[in-house]
Write a protein that binds this ligand. Structure first.
Ligand code: NAD
Length: 498
């Protein structure tokens, strides 16, 4: 069985730690390879390489850095198929869906290809007699990214292109469940002309994460994953003086109004709930049916959920693949069971689904629960699987109150044909990313991505303007050239303009 190595200073390396973990093919349920699990000395080696590379990379001109990003972008296009297949084989998602995440991640590279414009500072002429003020932003140093299993290419791409283009160097600790995509990305960066040591990959688990959080050579940590770990990373990282952005879990609601086109809404809800087997932080896991929308909506959802073709990710006819691990499979079937036990109606039951030829794969079929209430575990917990819960309410304000009482606030959507309802919804709901007849409102790369409440610990969304701000810090310079102006006296009182 092959071993996935770390990537430090431009080369694959086994590192010092002898620990490894198996990586599974979720469609067969069998281990396909294993991955190194770094110890503190491996993290040390990556940080040392990144710190050394920072000395020259941070002095490399903006034009040169952008040129590397253009080349990297082209290589991501050329290697899209290879990368998508690697993701599908370890994550389980269908290949076309994996392509989608590469495209959305690549858009962040495209965004930073325009960094020349984005990074322009401002200049104020003659703020006092003979005095001008300008500002500019500089990189932080070595930055680290700790990422989840569900988007092994896209989520890291939310981070490293922005960090690197702005002059930082980077250590990525990807999920140990699907680690191979990170190594291909490292090779593409190298081929694009990125100097060795600017982008490094350290594979591992909690041991590696803790070593990153405690490391005095790391200036900033970007984290995306579940809320408990996001909270932990934020607390421990900031306690060690680092800048930390930490995106957490989600429970995303889509409100369906009686005036919505119900067939359109159901079609989009099905894709948003069951695409990638529900393993998306922006997946819709709760449909809030308002008034008379409920009965016809559930009827259409049932029909469409039953028609979904579940199979291995590399079968082009599959619409939905397996879950990532046996533990995830168990958690999801348990959520359906608990919904049933606590009084929900199981309209479609995905438990016990067997995919021919893949009987040991981590499959769970699309599941639809109706008449779910907010006290049920199936409502309160992030299931992170192909389970759509329907909650019935009487009015849009009840729907908004329900969403606002939920601790998560990542994404939400409203399906309606009424502009006034949509406007009211977007103004009142306490959620960071909102769709109007758009179920998965992932912002484009030139906006920032981040939720509210327990979906974002701290106050720093990723990519877009917030990403640039996160990976840089500002200087403001006040300038006077006395020989060009009349002499001014140096006073002892606090300077005011004159
Ligand atoms: P996770 O929190 O288990 O793992 C995320 C990262 O943290 C991984 O790199 C993992 O190795 C590390 N980690 C795990 N346990 C740790 C521990 N005890 N101490 C230190 N580090 C630890 O998340 P996951 O299961 O990989 O991903 C799914 C979760 O991520 C879901 O909750 C999902 O909503 C969330 N997610 C959120 C967003 C967002 O944008 N808000 C995006 C994608 C995924």
């Amino acid at each position: 069985m092959s071993t996935i190595e770390h990537w430090i200073n431009g080369a694959a390396t086994a590192g010092a730690s002898s620990r490894t973990a198996p990586v599974f093919n979720p469609a067969t349920g069998a281990p396909s390879t294993r991955v190194r699990l770094a110890g503190p000395s491996d993290v040390d080696a990556a940080v040392a390489a990144a710190a050394h590379a920072f000395e020259s990379w941070s002095e490399t001109s903006l034009s040169q850095r952008i040129k590397v990003m253009f080349a990297f972008r082209e290589l991501l296009v050329r290697h899209e198929d290879e990368l998508a297949r690697i993701i599908s084989a370890e994550h389980g998602k269908v290949v076309d869906d994996a392509r989608g995440e590469i495209v959305r991640g690549r858009e962040v590279v495209e965004y930073v290809c325009g960094l020349g414009d984005i990074l322009k500072g401002s200049f104020s002429d003659q703020v006092s007699t003979g005095v001008d003020v300008h500002n500019f932003r500089q990189p932080l140093g070595v930055c680290a990214g700790i990422t989840p299993f569900n988007f092994p290419a896209m989520v890291p791409l939310w981070m490293h292109p922005v960090a690197i283009a702005t002059g930082n160097t980077f250590v990525l600790k990807p999920s140990e469940r699907d680690p191979s995509a990170a190594n291909l990305v490292a090779r593409l960066y190298q081929e694009a002309g990125l100097p060795d040591g600017v982008f490094n990959v350290v594979h591992g688990d909690k041991t590696a994460v803790d070593a990153i959080l405690d490391h005095s050579g790391i200036a900033a940590v970007s984290f995306v994953g579940s809320t408990p770990i996001a909270t932990y990373v934020h607390e421990r990282g900031t306690a060690h003086g680092k800048r930390v952005q930490a995106l957490g879990g989600a429970k995303n609601h889509a409100v369906v109004m009686p005036d919505a086109d119900l067939d359109f809404a159901a079609r989009h809800l099905i894709a948003a709930a069951y695409g990638s087997a529900g393993e998306r932080c922006m997946a819709i896991s709760v449909a809030v049916a308002v008034g008379s929308a409920a009965d016809p909506l559930v009827e259409i959802l049932e029909r469409k959920a039953r028609a979904i073709k579940v199979g291995p990710g590399d079968d082009p006819t599959s619409e939905m693949g397996p879950l990532v691990t046996a533990a995830a499979q168990e958690r999801v079937t348990g959520a359906v069971a608990s919904g049933a036990a606590q009084g929900a109606t199981v309209v479609v039951d995905g438990r016990g689904l067997k995919v021919e030829g893949h009987e040991d794969g981590f499959f769970v079929g699309p599941s639809l629960l109706d008449r779910v209430t907010t006290g049920m575990d199936a409502y309160r917990e992030e299931i992170f699987g192909p389970v759509l819960a329907v909650v019935r309410v009487g009015t849009v304000d009840e729907a908004i109150a329900l969403i606002n009482a939920n601790p998560y606030g990542n994404g939400t959507a409203v399906f309606t044909s009424d502009g006034g309802t949509a406007r009211h919804f977007q103004r009142k709901v306490t959620v960071g990313m909102i769709g109007v007849n758009v179920p998965v409102p992932v912002p484009m790369s030139y906006y920032s991505f981040g939720g509210w409440k327990d979906s974002l610990i701290g106050d720093s969304p990723v990519h877009g303007p917030e990403g640039i701000r996160f990976y840089t810090r500002a200087k403001v310079v006040t300038t006077r050239w006395p020989h060009q102006e009349r002499q001014t006296a140096a006073g002892f009182s606090f300077p005011t303009s004159d």
